[in-house]
Design a protein around this ligand. Structure first.
Ligand SMILES: [Zn+2]
Length: 260
């Protein structure tokens, strides 16, 4: 209990440090707004994501992170990558091992476009319902096939259905990334309804769950980006959202919502 509280306070300390920087910038922006004629008071934009050079932070803490599960798909994932590039949005792709085995070049493409790859098990079982030995094998097989394809080890794990035991969280030794906005894209299979649902249910800092194996989900992305940006949201990587402070042994549902 004590240990977890300590971790909490450490996280918040780091977060506060991040906020001081943002507050300073937004103070500058506010002044700039009051004296629009004076270019000298306009601060330089703050780059928040290497490789996504045009994203800047103003007076906002409304960070959202897009995550796409169950791919890679050889047709839909590349289509999505082009959309994300057009809108300059980073994302995390939680890939399933057997799809990586079938489409390793698509996994490489995800990294080439500057995104992050996570481990979503080998063939999408309910990890909580299986033996530790089988669950570990689901993760390690997927690590290996992703490494073979991309020469990188997935930074995060997302259990299928969000289903994982405390013992598995401990054993997997990596941050477990859950979500707090579920697009329900698989149930709608309709781009407009998917976009409407995501926009309506995103409040504050969010991890948004979608799937890059449905054409309708990919088609929903431009509308989601444009409408959330219009509401002041900034699309950031998970690393940026959590100030690079994601820890193994925890599952993260959203900013400020993480559990052992
Ligand atoms: Zn999944």
């Amino acid at each position: 209990m004590k240990k977890s509280m300590m971790l909490h306070s450490n996280l918040f300390k780091n977060v506060n440090r991040g906020f001081i920087m943002v507050a300073a910038v937004s103070g500058g922006l506010f002044l700039g707004g009051q004296q629009q004629a004076s270019a000298a008071t306009t601060p330089a934009p703050v780059e928040i994501n290497q490789g996504f050079a045009h994203t800047t932070v103003g007076n906002t803490k409304k960070y959202v992170s897009l995550t796409f599960d169950d791919g890679p798909s050889p047709t839909l994932t590349p289509r999505l990558l082009k959309i994300l590039k057009k809108y300059n949005v980073p994302a995390t792709f939680f890939e399933v091992g057997y799809n990586v085995k079938a489409h390793p070049a698509t996994s490489r493409l995800v990294l080439k476009y500057g995104h992050t790859i996570g481990n979503h098990s080998w063939n999408h079982p309910d990890l909580a319902g299986m033996s530790m030995r089988s669950a570990k094998s689901q993760i390690s097989r997927t690590d290996k096939v992703i490494y073979k394809a991309t020469k990188t080890k997935p930074k995060y794990i997302r259990p299928p259905y969000g289903s994982i035991t405390h013992a598995e969280i401990k054993a997997f030794n990596r941050p477990i990334i859950q979500w707090n906005v579920d697009s329900l894209d698989w149930s709608y299979l309709n781009a407009a309804r998917t976009a409407n649902h995501v926009v309506a249910t995103t409040h504050g800092r969010s991890i948004i769950l979608m799937h890059d194996i449905h054409a309708t989900s990919v088609a929903a992305v431009p509308s989601i980006i444009k409408r959330l940006r219009a509401k002041g949201y900034v699309f950031v990587s998970l690393d940026k959202q959590f100030n690079g402070n994601l820890k193994h042994g925890y599952q993260y549902f959203g900013y400020g919502d993480y559990r052992k």
